[in-house]
Design a protein around this ligand. Structure first.
Ligand code: HEC
Ligand code: HEC
Ligand code: HEC
Ligand code: HEC
Ligand code: HEC
Length: 221
């Protein structure tokens, strides 16, 4: 009887110890997710798998493009290929006009891809979508809760105004110069991933630094 009770107590103690540890880990996890970008486990924080592997490096970057084996890719005349250096607003056309930056429709991609890269499997998927009149449903990388209001336009307008230096200390002349403030160097990303927390504390800190509004209704519905 006595022995049984001790055993039960020990099971309970071990259970509580483990429970406590689990709770502690959970609290740490949530606390870190709150203040910074989440841990890259369970798919949080990493780049989501996109329906088509669209590389910003090739389109927005200017560096030499590498093939799957890491060797410089050669064009039909055996020259090393560089990224196209397309401006961010070439595709994200609404970014200096409204709330969402917007992702271009397939039609805009097909403008080039009806003739370019048609032998590449990822481009074949794109052409297939076009032929079947299907939209490509891209996975969102950045996503604020529904209770939060974010508008791109005032940020782009503010930081392209002469005299308003970005946190990096630089003066933006084009809308495309501003993006890296919040999104990092997307032109160098094979897959886009979130690099800045963009949590409430992060937004509010920057708003304070620039005397932008910080009352709750600025960012909450
Ligand atoms: C040729 C068109 C094109 C150009 C040029 C381009 N993008 Fe994109 N961008 C896309 C497409 C398509 C997606 C959706 C697929 C993905 O997330 O990779 C995307 C996704 C993104 C995302 C992630 C959106 C989300 O879901 O949160 C960001 C951020 C972004 N682009 C920023 C940029 C920046 C900054 C530049 C300039 C350096 C740029 N893009 C240039 C087509 C383009
Ligand atoms: C002040 C920070 C900030 C700046 C500067 C910024 N973004 Fe964003 N971007 C965000 C946030 C936050 C989201 C998520 C918005 C949401 O979930 O409602 C986002 C979402 C996006 C998305 C996906 C959803 C959409 O809006 O279509 C794209 C694409 C994007 N940004 C591109 C850009 C480009 C291109 C630039 C530069 C021209 C830029 N962003 C500048 C913070 C920023
Ligand atoms: C201005 C012309 C142009 C536009 C617009 C364009 N692309 Fe491309 N894209 C290229 C070129 C050039 C390449 C490199 C082709 C090669 O490697 O032979 C490429 C490569 C690709 C690849 C293959 C990458 C690889 O190596 O597997 C994909 C996928 C792709 N583009 C998707 C898109 C999507 C999606 C859009 C629209 C959001 C788009 N492209 C818009 C010119 C363009
Ligand atoms: C890099 C600094 C910076 C970051 C980060 C930032 N903002 Fe801003 N935001 C500004 C500035 C500066 C303005 C004011 C522009 C002006 O004066 O018109 C502004 C304006 C706004 C506005 C429009 C306010 C109005 O009514 O005129 C909203 C909404 C907003 N920000 C939401 C957000 C949210 C949500 C986040 C985080 C996801 C965020 N911002 C992150 C600098 C930033
Ligand atoms: C500059 C923009 C900004 C301002 C100002 C702001 N918030 Fe937020 N808030 C956010 C963002 C972004 C999130 C979502 C990310 C996160 O959880 O931190 C958020 C999340 C929250 C949440 C968590 C619930 C949820 O929607 O995920 C609460 C509660 C909240 N805010 C309350 C407030 C209150 C109260 C104020 C005024 C004192 C305020 N916020 C002012 C940007 C802002």
């Amino acid at each position: 009887m006595q022995k049984k009770r001790v055993a039960a107590f020990m099971v309970m103690a071990v259970g509580m110890g483990l429970g406590g540890l689990v709770t502690l880990l959970l609290v740490l996890f949530v606390a870190r997710a709150w203040w910074t970008t989440p841990f890259e486990v369970l798919g949080f924080g990493g780049a989501p798998t996109q329906p088509i592997a669209f590389p910003h490096t090739v389109h927005a970057g200017v560096d030499i493009i590498l093939d799957a084996d890491g060797n410089p890719k050669l064009d039909t005349s055996n020259q090393e290929m560089n990224g196209l250096g397309l401006g961010c607003t070439f595709c994200h056309r609404n970014v200096d006009k409204g709330a969402a930056a917007s992702i271009p429709p397939v039609e805009q991609c097909i403008f080039c891809h009806k003739s370019i890269g048609t032998d590449l499997p990822e481009v074949a998927k794109l052409i297939n979508a076009w032929d079947n009149k299907e939209a490509v449903v891209w996975e969102r990388v950045h996503r604020l809760p529904d209770s939060v209001r974010f508008v791109h336009e005032p940020h782009i307008r503010f930081f392209t105004e002469p005299g308003n230096l970005m946190p990096s200390g630089e003066q933006a002349t084009l809308a495309a110069n501003v993006c890296s403030t919040c999104h990092g160097d997307v032109a160098q990303m094979e897959e886009v991933k979130q690099v800045r927390s963009l949590k409430m504390g992060d937004c509010v800190d920057c708003h304070r630094n620039y005397s932008a509004p910080t009352d709750c209704t600025t960012c909450h519905y």
